[in-house]
Design a protein around this ligand. Structure first.
Ligand code: OSB
Ligand code: MG
Length: 368
């Protein structure tokens, strides 16, 4: 297929809740949506996980726009692409900027799969017809509020609860959750809020039978995480530290983690996500699919990725209605008893709703 046109849209959508982590609070969600068109006028869709500010990683909506406009789109436009695996090779001329790359790479996967009449899940070699999901809960004003939210989502059937922690909102909070919910599958995500100086505090987490602790230490570290993993029983899961297959290989070799959260955007697309998945499988490292508070298009790609066999732990892909009054895809993503049924329709399996997308678009540019 030949990429004839790429449309970059910046959307702003009202989220149902503010999402607070150790790095800051995300209020309304602004993000880029990418539509690629081939010579037949068929479309494929991708979404960037970058936020308006470089809190989670160094990318932003504006850096993504710049990368797409000045480098990534010119490198792909009018090229004949036989298979989406070629995209990451072409884009490897440019360093990093993985969320910008993933936004267009996933759009090309969607287009490719639609043209083949198969789902993205099938195109990448996915096996599951339904996926198990959990939920990620931000830091709240009070522990009572947090316990209420956990209660609500346990009752909705979500398969595991992930709570954000930071210094001052950690051991006591986890203890109270455990008292109220002795058996709930529970984990904590620190988003890099600690250092090795906090080792005594992090050791105390071993009491609470957590499934894992996600990214306790620096976002660019795999050495200190290896030291920490030797000192604590709770499995460490890496998020921010893993950008590639190579990072994964080194983290496994060092013993920096026992679990990896794969985010398509953080690693530059579905091809790299699959390579990381396969490597982890060979080394008995469990993986699960993380989230960036995605709207429907990004959410649909997460669902497709999660159908790969080694996604054995519930991910962060909650249903559309957790985040949005109305999501930008039809149908919306529905979670029932903690599972999402994987659609069989071609491509991402959900139709982008152009009327809603136009309604939320604050900036748009077409490249051809
Ligand atoms: O660290 O996994 C994270 C959201 C924004 C930035 C980073 C993270 C998260 C989440 C939310 O945990 C997951 C989701 O519901 O999409
Ligand atoms: Mg995380």
């Amino acid at each position: 297929m030949i990429i004839k046109e790429v449309i970059v849209r910046q959307l702003k959508m009202k989220m149902k809740f503010d999402f607070t982590t150790s790095f800051g609070t995300i209020k309304d969600k602004e993000f880029l949506l990418i539509e690629v068109k081939d010579e037949q006028g068929n479309s494929g869709w991708g979404e960037s996980g970058a936020f308006h500010a470089p809190w989670y990683n160094e990318e932003t909506i504006q850096t993504n726009w710049h990368m797409l406009e000045d480098f990534l789109i010119p490198a792909l436009l009018h090229k004949n692409i036989e298979h989406p695996d070629e995209v990451s090779v072409i884009l490897s001329d440019f360093r990093r900027n993985y969320m910008a790359k993933a936004a267009i790479e996933t759009a090309i996967w969607d287009l490719y799969a639609r043209n083949k009449g198969i789902s993205v899940a099938t195109a990448i070699g996915g096996e599951k017809s339904k996926i198990e999901v959990g939920i990620s809960i931000g830091i709240q004003d009070s522990v009572e509020d947090l316990l209420d939210i956990i209660d609500q989502h346990v009752n909705e059937g979500y398969k595991r609860m992930k709570v954000k922690i930071k210094p001052g909102w950690d051991i006591d909070v986890i203890r109270q959750i455990r008292q109220a919910f002795p058996d709930v599958p529970l984990m904590a995500d620190a988003n890099s809020a600690y250092t090795l100086n906090d080792i005594d505090l992090l050791k105390k987490l071993d009491e609470f039978d957590l499934m894992m602790i996600e990214q306790p230490l620096a976002a660019d570290d795999i050495i200190d995480h290896a030291k920490l993993q030797k000192e604590i029983k709770t499995p460490i899961c890496l998020d921010e530290s893993i950008h590639s297959y190579e990072d994964t290989r080194k983290a496994i070799e060092l013993g920096s983690c026992k679990v990896i959260n794969i985010k398509i955007g953080r690693v530059g697309g579905l091809t790299e996500s699959k390579r990381i998945h396969d490597l982890c499988q060979e080394h008995d490292i469990a993986v699960w699919c993380g989230g960036m508070l995605e709207a429907g298009v990004g959410r649909a790609h997460n669902i497709a990725l999660t159908t790969l066999g080694n996604f054995i732990l519930p991910g962060d892909t909650a249903g559309s209605s957790r985040y949005w009054e109305k999501d930008i895809i039809d149908p919306e993503v529905i979670v029932k008893d903690g599972y999402i049924e994987v659609p069989n329709e071609p491509g991402i399996g959900y139709e982008p709703n152009l009327d809603l997308i136009r309604q939320f678009t604050v900036n748009e540019k077409s490249f051809s």
